[in-house]
Design a protein around this ligand. Structure first.
Ligand code: ZN
Length: 392
């Protein structure tokens, strides 16, 4: 993943022009989902989501409503090459991650995620591609196929043997190896320093910058004291690794990874900056676009190259596109060339409303219309089983 596109983005043209209120936006999206897909494309919709969808869960977005970067300018994300090359970088990364994990672990999917579950049950959404690493999609709707484009924080992965380990178990190991940091974390959590009241302001990074009791400055935190465990699998295999590949895992008296080891480094199972998205993940995301007839873009400015290219692929296939995002979207004029001809929402929708309000309202309206057994144009399609039954 590369550092995302950071230029300010112009405000969007709302499509259809009337869709500036919740009821009008819902009406446009009902049209979008219930109109037949053009050119014989499949009827189902693929969702492409980003950080904006998780804002209502208290997690950080990358941009404010004006399309400006919200992340603190002083924040320098760690690059994959740094993480791999330097023990000190990994100490710093895991120390900050250790402090930030409880906030993420305690966060939960919001009404927007559950509305996607309901759109799946109603037969509209068959697959989801997300840039988010919070696992909220798989928690809220385990039955909808979901591709996590940038990986997930729920696991740590070994950079030698690729085995994955639960982040919760890893957190316990970090606590065991770093008792001083652990008590600091407990104090910080007890004081509410990592848990601001305003969910929209709550970010892991902000929490880390907060002085929990007024005289601890994490900017100067002693990261070099932080210890992290090696991959248990590689540790057990170390003598054999040494014989076969010249790799060794050394640990200190408490079992922490020792500088000078040449294997068994654990990394979060996310795609870091400067790291490639695994080919199988990329292919799964492209296949999800190919299997759908429409694309619903939620809470993302398409700033990452991977997300942008997926949306462009959908456009090139002639798929109608609907975008729900607060603030501008990179290159959206390419997706919506002439807003004046797009009056109904059947071919394109561009609205600027929070997903946790708009999506549940959309589900309610679709259910109402379904119960009312409405006209042909707005009838809810039954889940399509023709594929499953075609050989019977
Ligand atoms: Zn390993």
């Amino acid at each position: 993943m590369r550092i995302p596109y950071r230029d300010p983005l112009p405000p969007p043209a709302i499509i259809p022009r009337s869709a500036t209120t919740l009821p009008a936006a819902v009406a446009a999206l009902v049209q979008f989902l219930t109109s037949p897909s053009p050119n014989g494309l499949p009827e189902s919709t693929v969702v492409l989501s980003g950080a904006g969808l998780s804002v209502a869960s208290g997690l950080a977005d990358y941009r404010g409503v004006n399309g400006t970067y919200r992340v603190n300018k002083a924040y320098h994300p760690i690059y994959y090459s740094e993480f791999m090359a330097s023990h000190t970088s990994r100490q710093r990364y895991w120390a900050r991650s250790f402090l930030g994990w409880p906030t993420l672990h305690n966060a939960a999917p919001n009404a927007g995620h559950y509305a996607i579950r309901d759109l799946g049950r109603l037969g509209f959404v068959k697959s989801v591609i997300t840039q988010n690493v919070d696992s909220f999609h798989s928690t809220a709707h385990p039955d909808i196929q979901t591709t996590e484009l940038h990986g997930y924080l729920r696991a740590a992965v070994c950079t030698t043997c690729r085995e994955e380990f639960s982040r919760d178990v890893f957190q316990h190991e970090l606590a065991r190896l770093n008792p001083t940091w652990d008590s600091f974390l407990h104090d910080a959590l007890a004081s509410g320093a990592l848990n601001p009241d305003d969910p929209s302001k709550k970010t892991v990074l902000k929490g880390l910058r907060t002085n929990p009791d007024g005289d601890v400055d994490l900017a100067d935190a002693p990261y070099t004291t932080f210890r992290y465990p090696p991959c248990p699998h590689c540790l057990a295999e170390s003598p054999r690794l040494m014989r076969n590949q010249g790799l060794a895992v050394d640990v200190d008296e408490d079992g922490a990874w020792k500088d000078g080891s040449t294997a068994g480094v654990l990394k979060p199972a996310v795609v870091m900056f400067g790291e490639n998205i695994p080919k199988r993940v990329k292919m799964a995301a492209e296949a999800a676009i190919d299997r759908a007839g429409k694309i619903l873009v939620l809470g993302t400015s398409l700033a990452t190259a991977s997300a942008w290219m997926l949306a462009r692929k959908a456009k090139e296939r002639g798929m109608p596109i609907a975008v729900i995002n607060l603030g501008g979207v990179r290159g959206e004029e390419l997706f919506f060339p002439d807003p004046d001809v797009l009056r109904s929402g059947a071919h394109a929708v561009r609205v600027e409303l929070p997903t946790d309000r708009l999506l549940p309202a959309l589900v309610d309206e679709l259910k109402t219309q379904s119960v009312a057994g409405d006209s042909e144009a707005t009838r809810i399609p039954e889940p399509n089983n023709s594929e499953a039954f075609k050989d019977i």
